[in-house]
Ligand binder design. Structure first.
Ligand code: NAD
Length: 344
């Protein structure tokens, strides 16, 4: 029998990429559990929504009764938990949703999984996995050091977002240690690719540039992030689900440590080449739109991630280079822009 997999947050940026990947790479039945916040985009699932292998439930992961009935109805073999509030800036102006969804929601999902397993058939009990998808931001700031985050780096989150994700990671580990829930955790660096919400760095810069508006770079733009193409992340998550060792954590990253300002300049260079514009100054000089704005409070200066464990133990490594992934991403947003502006 084909497996049944719950994907929470499946209408979000990474969740939808994961669902598209699972749909194409496996015969699993996929149940997307998503509250449909502002960050959700069901258009990202257009290719799979009509399939009998795909179900969608508009459910808040804080709603225990709704979760219990989904567990009873579908009897899942695994939960891949991505539902979260995910934008650092929003967590600074309004942390409450982050505490609710990322902490209370994860707790509720853990408890619903535990209750389900208590009465599940032995074969489900033996093979069930609760996979928690988290971020490298839980490890804090590597400012001024050449170190990399490993799976053993102590947690030191800086923002309400990363603190809420750190709390959820701790809950997941505690449910394994205390209740023997068969968990897996992944901590991944910054993702980019199609269908990312326009509030995040790369889509924000592309859409501002296409509108001919200032491209707002926080502070001096020297902050360093590691970037991973979202489809590589989706492959990594399936690899961990199927071959990861219960109770373990795996770091995932793209081996692309880049300063934010260099990312923005790379977008400008691609737009100079690819973006159709009647404005002859902009056509070759999108970088003129770059505008430095007041830095984010508590802004981490550097994240960098050691992915040798997942590479060594599970044989996963990223396939997309940053240059080709960024080009694909810019082309995708250009197509969306053309469709929206009636040139599609
Ligand atoms: P996203 O904001 O694009 O999508 C989040 C999804 O979760 C949305 O569809 C939203 O409707 C849903 N959601 C929010 N609250 C919910 C609730 N209470 N109940 C049910 N659904 C709810 O986020 P993303 O960028 O796709 O990130 C997905 C996961 O991956 C998050 O857990 C995030 O912490 C983690 N992560 C993201 C990145 C990144 O670069 N984007 C990197 C590492 C880890």
């Amino acid at each position: 029998m084909a497996k049944v997999i719950f994907v929470t947050g499946g209408a979000g940026f990474i969740g939808s990429a994961l669902l598209r990947h699972l749909f194409q790479a496996t015969d699993y039945t996929l149940v997307n559990i998503d509250k449909l916040t502002y960050a959700a985009d069901l258009a990202a699932l257009a290719d799979i929504e009509a399939s009998p292998r795909y179900y969608f439930s508009q459910t808040d992961i804080c709603d225990r009764a709704a979760l219990d009935s989904l567990f009873q109805q579908f009897q899942p073999d695994a939960v891949m938990h991505l539902a979260a509030e995910s934008h650092v800036d929003r967590s600074i102006t309004g942390p409450a949703d982050f505490i609710n969804t990322n902490i209370i929601g994860t707790y509720t999902l853990l408890e619903a999984s535990r209750a389900y397993l208590q009465h599940a058939p032995a074969v489900v009990k033996a093979n069930f996995r609760f996979q928690h998808i988290s971020t490298d931001e839980v490890f804090g700031d590597l400012a001024g050091s050449n170190d990399l985050f490993t799976e053993n780096t102590p947690y030191a989150p800086s923002s309400p977002y990363s603190a809420s994700k750190a709390a959820s990671d701790h809950l997941v580990r505690a449910w394994h240690r205390t209740y023997n829930l068969p968990i897996l955790i992944t901590n991944c660096s910054n993702n980019y690719g199609p269908y990312q919400n326009r509030e995040k760095l790369i889509p924000l810069m592309i859409t501002k540039a296409l509108a001919g508006e200032p491209m707002p770079v926080y502070g001096n733009g020297e902050q360093i992030r590691d970037w991973l193409f979202v489809e590589d992340h989706a492959r990594a998550l399936l690899t961990v689900l199927t071959t990861g060792k219960v109770g373990e954590t795996y770091n995932i990253g793209g081996h692309n440590e880049i300063k934010n300002l260099d990312v923005v300049n790379a977008i400008c260079t691609l737009l100079d080449e690819l973006a159709p514009t009647k404005n002859s100054t902009l056509k070759t000089q999108h970088s003129k739109l770059i505008t430095h704005v007041t830095d984010r409070p508590g802004h981490d200066q550097r994240y960098a991630i050691d992915t040798s464990k997942i590479q060594r133990e599970l044989g996963w490594q990223p396939q997309e280079s940053f240059a080709s992934g960024l080009r694909k991403t810019v082309l995708w947003y250009l197509k969306q822009h053309a469709l929206t502006n009636g040139r599609g």
